[in-house]
Write a new protein. Sequence first.
Length: 575
Amino acid sequence: MNLVRIISGHRALLLAGIAAGLVGAAASLAQPLFVGILIRAVAEGDSISGPILWIVGLFILDAAMSAANAYLIGRAGENIVFDVRNLLAGRLLRSRVAAFQRMESGDIFTRMVGDTTLACMVITQALAQLVSSLFMVVGGVIFMAWIDWQLLVATLICLGAASLVSLVIARQVRVASLVNRTDTSAFGSGLQRVLGAITTVKASRAEARETERLEGLADSARQSGIRVTALGALLQPAMNVGTQLSLAVVIAWGMARVTTGELHAADLTAFVMYLFYLVSPLVMLFLALGQIQQGRAAVQRITELAELPQEEEPQAAGAAEDSTRVEMVDAAVAFESVWFSYEDGSPALRDVTFSVPRTGLTAIVGPSGAGKTSLFQLVERFHRADRGAVSVSGVDVADMSLDQLRTKVGYVEQDAPLLRGTIRENLVYARPEAEDRQIEEVLRLSSLKDFVESLPQGLDTELGERGLGLSGGQRQRLAIARTLLQQPEVVLLDEVTAHLDSDTEAALRDAVIDAAQQRAVVTIAHRISTVLRADRIIVLDRGAVRAIGTHAELMESDEVYRRLAEQQLQASGVQ
């Protein structure tokens, strides 16, 4: 992510703010000159109305420009925060699943909310402050040299030593800030981890352990935060020592020269005023440098977020229909000699070849860890095969745009995640333009129609986080209804009957059979009741296809399937 490019998109506001700050700084620099003129006028008995009017005008201009500077820079900063968050949100939602899942959600939240604000607001405001403060310092030094170069040399010797110390401190602020942002993210991740499983924590009587763990994370953030505060607190005193020392030297030496007539009192007054005027810009200059160092730490963290690998579109997205078709053109889904390993090197699929007809119910069975879910993730292109080809409707998924692919394929995950919002919003999530009759039909198919109609607010009933307010079975059925409303050519069901009671399972199984009359339905199945109704069963073991056939055929020919089926039959009481 190029933050400079984003900032340049708001350069008009930034330049206007900086210009206002410079005009205000120029008004401040002119004030001591007119104070000196006023003192000379009083000493020589001239009219003082002109100098007083100039001084008042400069005070008003300075105040007005300072207000304009703060508003324009602040507005530009908010606009930049908005653009950065929009960019990051888009990149996060389009990032590769594997890369996204390696990050902690609490850390992502901290970077999206806290780091974006710190990076953009601090850098824009500190940058403007840096420019105006530098202008004030340079301008003040020029005027002081014009008034008396000898006093200036004495001043610069004192301030130079303080400035070197401040630069060293500013560098340390950046390092400490990066550590503090990391510690804060770790606390956020730890807190989200516990709050996401609060009932498990309570049931396991782990409140004390988790409180102690969170306390440790919070203490780490506190300690690193204290270090940032301590280093930041040293910046201003370091400059104050230099300015106070220089002020003492200037007044003592300057008064001695005034008494000898070498220096006019008006010039000494103007010089001392410039010295006072120099103090605040110098302090702000080094504070701005320290803030920029903190901002750089935040920029580094949001840049890491922006550089998450993105899902790749084919070179000619939308041209999938013209791409080379795989051999099994009549298949809804086809795997040809597919090999796949996860990024950590663990093998998931080995030389997998099979096809799924365009209609009918296909069940995939196998022991835990056989690679069943990996098949679905390759079809949805959450991951890419290392070798071989995966096709949908005869077209390699690698040649299809993601939008086209995921329109053709509907996917229901095992834990059936739902979003905070109404039942209607969750239901039409994949197809916002769905009509009421289509919604009613999928509710009927998923055995939810009577339940929804019994609710006082019906489809407009609000759900909590992850569908809080519905039972596990109801959440599963709503997720299935959402997928059916999408009207895909292929439906992937990842053990959808896991949370259903017997009656609901039977109703949903009938709905799946009905849906399979018009499209391909592929289900990862553990329950024998689902397997018995399947048109075709694929047995997967250790990442390879072991056998394909009907229930009766596999009971005769495959030992692994027979063992799995007999275990289920005994557990369900079927003889």
